[in-house]
Structure formats: C-alpha cells, structure tokens
Design a protein around this ligand. Structure first.
Ligand code: HEC
Ligand code: HEC
Ligand code: HEC
Ligand code: HEC
Length: 494
C-alpha cells in the first residue's frame, strides 16, 4: 500500500428518478421480510466468508457494459454516473486495479511467484483465481452459477453480487410516479432481495472486501505465508480508504433516497472505518481458529507480526535489541506476537464509540496473548472469546451515528500514549496512518473542516506515510514522531 486517497466528492443536483411500480402493500411485506432476514442473520453463526447472495447467476462484465448502461464515456447519467465501467478500467490508478486483477497473474512478479510455488501458470491456478478473478466466487457457489471470462478480473459482480436475479429489472421502467424518491427506494429494496448486495451497509461491504483483502475460508482466497515468501505483496487494507480509492459512484440526494431512504442520507465514513477494523479482526480470528490457522506442524505465520521474525540477529557480547517494548502485548521476548494492527485501532475506537465493551476488549486481548503462550487449543478458545467481543463491537459501531466531533476524538485516541505506545510494529503503524488519513477526510466530507485546511496538512500525513513506505527502513520511534506531528496539525484545526 503506497497510495493514499485524494478524495474527490462531487455533488450533482438531485435527479428525478422513476422506477417500477409496486403497491404499498407489497412494499410493507418486503420490509417485513428483510427485517426477518436481518434477525436470522444475527442469530446464525458468522461465516468466515461473506454471504450476500442466495441466488442468481453470474452474467459477466459485458452484460453491464452497454453504452446505455454503465459503459458511457461521460459520468452524467441521471441516476448513477453510468461511466462505472471506465472508472473500473482506468489504467494506472488504484480505481482500475480490479479490472487488471487477472492480467497481473501473467506479469513477471506472478511468474516468479508461480516458479517458487511450483505452479505451471498462475493465470489458471485456483490458488490465485479466488481473489484475482470472479471465478473463485462462482466455483465456491458450485452448481449452475454461470460462467464469466477470466479476463474480467474482479468484475462488477464480485462486489455487487451475481446479477442473474436483478439484471433485467434493475434498470427497467421509467414511470411517472408522483413520488419518485420513494419509488427509487422501493426499487432498491427489491433489487436487494433479488440478490444485489447492500454495499452501502458497512458490515456487508467489509465482508465482501475482506474475502480478498484479508482472506476467507473459500478456495483460493488465502495468501499463506508460503505465498508471501514466494513473492506475493503484503496485504494491507482499510475499508474506508480503499473504498474511496476505487469509488465509481457519487453521493447526492437521489443516492441518499435510494440507499438510506432520505435525501440527506450519506455514507458515514467514520463508521465505515470503525466497522472495517472490527470485521477485519473478526475474520482474522475466525480463520485463525479454522484449519487455515496451521501450516504443517507450524502456526500459519500469516497471522503473526511479520517483523517479529524478520529481523536481524546480533550474537555478540554487547546486546543489541531489535524490537521495541510494547505494553499492549504482554508477550515474552522471543515469541512472535499475533498481528494486532486492527486490534490496536479497535481499542482506540472502543473507548470512544462503545465504552461499555472497551474493558472487555482489553481483558480478552490480554487473555488471548497469554493463551498463545500455552498451546493451540487454549489460543483457539481465547480467540473465540475475543471474537465475540469484536462481533459485539462491530454491531455497536454499525448501529451508532458518528459525528464530526468523533473524528477529532478518534484522531486524538490513535495518537494518545496508551495507543501510540502500541505502534511498535510496521503493520500497526501503517494501519494508524491510514486511519488518521481517513478520519481527516471524513472531517472534510462532514463539513467540519474545509478542503483547503485539509490540503494544508497533507504534507504532514504524507510524511507519516513515508515512514511506513519501506518495511526494512521502518523505525518505530521515527514513525511515532511523524504521526505525532500530523496529529498535532489536525488538532489545531479543531
Ligand atoms: C486472498 C486473496 C489473494 C490471493 C489468494 C492471491 N492474491 Fe495476489 N493480490 C491480492 C490483493 C488484495 C492484492 C493487492 C495488494 C494491495 O495492493 O494491497 C494482490 C496483488 C498481487 C500482485 C501485485 C499486482 C501488481 O499490480 O503489481 C501480484 C503479482 C499477485 N497478487 C499475484 C498473485 C498470485 C500469483 C497468486 C497465486 C499464487 C495470488 N496473487 C493470490 C489478493 C490475493
Ligand atoms: C471492488 C468492488 C466493486 C467492483 C468490482 C465494482 N463495484 Fe460498483 N460499487 C462498489 C461500491 C462499494 C459502491 C458504493 C456503494 C453502493 O452504493 O453500492 C459501488 C457503487 C456502484 C454504483 C452506484 C450505485 C448507486 O445506487 O448509486 C454503480 C452503478 C456501480 N457501482 C456499478 C458498477 C459496475 C458497472 C461495475 C463493473 C464495471 C462495478 N460497479 C464494479 C463496489 C464495486
Ligand atoms: C474477488 C476479490 C476482490 C474483492 C471482492 C475486492 N478486491 Fe480489491 N483487489 C483485489 C485484487 C486481486 C487487487 C490487486 C489487483 C492489481 O493489483 O491489479 C485489488 C486491488 C484493490 C485496490 C487497489 C490497491 C492499490 O494498492 O492500488 C483497491 C483500492 C481495492 N482493491 C479496494 C477494494 C474494496 C474497497 C473492495 C470491497 C468493496 C474490494 N477491493 C473487493 C481483489 C478483490
Ligand atoms: C514465525 C516466524 C515468521 C513470521 C511471523 C513471518 N515469517 Fe516470513 N519467513 C519465516 C521463515 C522461517 C522463512 C523462510 C526463510 C528461509 O527460507 O530460509 C520466511 C520467509 C519469508 C520470505 C521469503 C524471503 C526470504 O528471506 O526467504 C518473505 C518474503 C516473508 N517471509 C514474508 C513474511 C511476511 C510478509 C510476514 C507477515 C505476514 C512473515 N513473513 C511472517 C518466518 C516468519
């Protein structure tokens, strides 16, 4: 991750939008059905893989790409931009990464990885296709779920869900309804029940992204330490930041109506960030408990702090310490700690957004660390307990409104001594700077600070990014100093 968001938030006048007609009775029944489904989803055990779809076939990118659909050259559609295809394909920007996801499996880095792993061809290897194409998702569902060309890479349906059930209806009908806003809302709800994923919901979106941007139990959706050692880039993810980097939509009044049932409805970026942290950690703990948690006689190193092993050794009379003490990880020298990048951010968020759970998070984190030193069975049990707290935090964040003032408080919390002292490892530090970046952007989008003021402290944020650019040059003390100056600059805007 070397990029950061240069977030653009365009605004368009609200467009009149009319759609299929459905009676109010049907609408009420649908709401009831969705509510029942939501309750059922809460009761069911959380899967270590997102499950948005329960039907529908995959149709492929070509079926979305018509010039009257999402393949326009200008983003001037009345309801949605309609140039989503072009944005998804944009060369040389993070926004275009998904369209290239399969193509990169033939580049020289992939050839190197394939050679090291003894694969004939990465471009057809199930081990890679789970995340670098839509095929993985289709195979996981089995049965007759359609076929999609590998060249699509990570296509529209990888995120929006298989379109078989809604492709024909989701654009149909330009009516003359007296209440187009309500009608567009009803239509969106109907699309959701036909299999369109509710990506405006932070929990749903996070589940979709972490399948590939952390890993899942599905075939070919896990980057083991062996794949990393073969040459795969490290996986780094922050939900709100990465969402902005690949965004191909804009939020205006009709978006508000459609997605949230009110003209003023908008994505809550602080909530998106907080839920993203919880979902990533929840997924990590789930997979750690599963068979993904071990590799032969070893624990799977992917779950651990990379740098705790990848350090230099000094075997000499004068001792040289290569790590920095970390009060948040009560782990003896010589044992690799669990990767706690999301845990640190969650600890900061919990104190502010769900204080009732903050102590429990701390206690169970400490218990997990202790259990790792005992044996795998104890570690698995403690991971399950910690996972319950994390799931509760996820729900608490998802049902809470975050305000602009929360963003300031969170920035303070991330840099406060109790949290700052835990930023001794590379991944946690990377996560912290992405968090501060996201929170700053949310202050702009919520109108708490001006675009100009944010631009004025871009340099400070960039210096913090520079401190986590090269994993080998990472110096915790220097990072903490550069993050500190970025945070002071933000604080001054309050
Ligand atoms: C768990 C999902 C997952 C699996 C499995 C996976 N990848 Fe990736 N891969 C990613 C993600 C996510 C990125 C982007 C990382 C980033 O920029 O944050 C990526 C990036 C890459 C890149 C760098 C792309 C570039 O633009 O330079 C290459 C090359 C690559 N993967 C090859 C492979 C190969 C070969 C395999 C199979 C051995 C594989 N990947 C398996 C998720 C995965
Ligand atoms: C990596 C995941 C991902 C991929 C791939 C993707 N999208 Fe999206 N898309 C999103 C997210 C997230 C949003 C914003 C949340 C929302 O409104 O659904 C979005 C929003 C949209 C919207 C606006 C929806 C609205 O109601 O305003 C359209 C239209 C859209 N995408 C079409 C496409 C098309 C067409 C493709 C393929 C060319 C595509 N997307 C590929 C994740 C993705
Ligand atoms: C089916 C797997 C898959 C899903 C689902 C997915 N991604 Fe990705 N994503 C990838 C792969 C693979 C890459 C790397 C492709 C490359 O480098 O060409 C990538 C790259 C990216 C990049 C560019 C990163 C960079 O460093 O340039 C962003 C941003 C991104 N994804 C955001 C998201 C978001 C947000 C979601 C959820 C809405 C999401 N992705 C869902 C597989 C996926
Ligand atoms: C428990 C210790 C441990 C942890 C944690 C660990 N590694 Fe490794 N890593 C190793 C060992 C052992 C090797 C094999 C070295 C050899 O082949 O001589 C290795 C090899 C590698 C290599 C191949 C390069 C080389 O020097 O051989 C890369 C790249 C790598 N690891 C990356 C990572 C990343 C990224 C993480 C974190 C996600 C990580 N490692 C976590 C122990 C670890």
């Amino acid at each position: 991750m070397t990029t950061h968001a240069g977030k653009e938030r365009r605004d368009r006048p609200s467009a009149a939008f009319a759609a299929v007609r459905s009676s109010l009775v049907a609408f009420a029944a649908l709401v009831l059905m969705l509510a029942t489904l939501a309750v059922a989803a809460v009761i069911a055990a959380p899967p270590a893989r997102s499950q948005g779809e329960d039907g529908g076939r995959y149709t492929g990118v070509a079926s979305c790409a018509g010039s009257t659909c999402h393949g326009r050259m200008e983003g001037d559609g009345a309801v949605v931009r309609q140039d989503e295809l072009m944005k998804w394909q944009e060369p040389s920007t993070p926004g275009g990464a998904h369209s290239r996801a399969w193509a990169v499996l033939s580049n020289s880095r992939s050839q190197f990885i394939a050679r090291n792993l003894g694969l004939k061809d990465a471009a057809t290897a199930p081990m890679c296709l789970g995340c670098h194409s839509t095929k993985g998702a289709i195979d996981a569902l089995g049965a007759q779920r359609g076929t999609v060309p590998l060249e699509d890479g990570v296509g529209c349906e990888s995120c929006h869900g298989p379109a078989g059930g809604w492709i024909a209806s989701h654009y149909a009908g330009v009516g003359t309804n007296a209440d187009p806003d309500r009608e567009s809302r009803e239509k969106h709800l109907a699309n959701l029940s036909a299999g369109l994923r509710k990506l405006e919901d932070p929990v749903v979106r996070a589940g979709v992204c972490v399948d590939c941007h952390f890993g899942s139990s599905g075939e070919g959706q896990f980057v083991t330490h062996r794949i990393m050692a073969a040459g795969h880039p490290r996986i780094s993810f922050e939900l709100d930041l990465f969402s902005s980097l690949q965004a191909h939509h804009q939020e205006d009044d009709d978006y508000g109506w459609r997605k949230f049932g009110a003209a003023g409805g908008r994505t809550d970026h602080v909530q998106m960030w907080a839920v993203g942290q919880a979902v990533a950690l929840e997924r990590s703990l789930q997979l750690f408990q599963s068979k993904r948690g071990t590799e032969g006689m070893f624990p799977e190193f992917y779950f651990l702090d990379c740098h705790s092993c990848h350090r230099r050794i000094y075997d000499q009379a004068k001792p040289v310490k290569t790590s920095m003490d970390n009060v948040g990880r009560n782990i003896p020298e010589g044992m690799p700690p669990y990767n706690d990048e999301n845990l640190i951010m969650l600890a900061a968020a919990a104190r502010i957004a769900a204080p009732g759970l903050a102590d429990q998070l701390e206690t169970r984190t400490a218990a997990f660390h202790r259990a790792i030193m005992v044996d795998r069975a104890s570690a698995v049990q403690a991971a399950a307990q910690l996972g319950q707290t994390v799931a509760a935090l996820k729900s608490a964040f998802a049902s809470r409104n975050f305000s602009g003032a929360d963003a300031f408080t969170l920035v303070d919390a991330i840099s406060a001594k109790a949290v700052g002292d835990r930023l001794t490892d590379y991944s946690g530090s990377q996560q912290a700077v992405m968090g501060v970046d996201t929170l700053l952007n949310s202050m702009v989008s919520s109108g708490r600070i001006t675009v100009g003021a944010a631009a004025g402290i871009r340099g400070d944020i960039d210096r913090a990014y520079a401190a986590v650019k090269d994993p080998n040059a990472f110096k915790p003390a220097e990072f903490q100093a550069s993050l500190g100056s970025a945070v002071r600059a933000i604080r001054a805007l309050r």
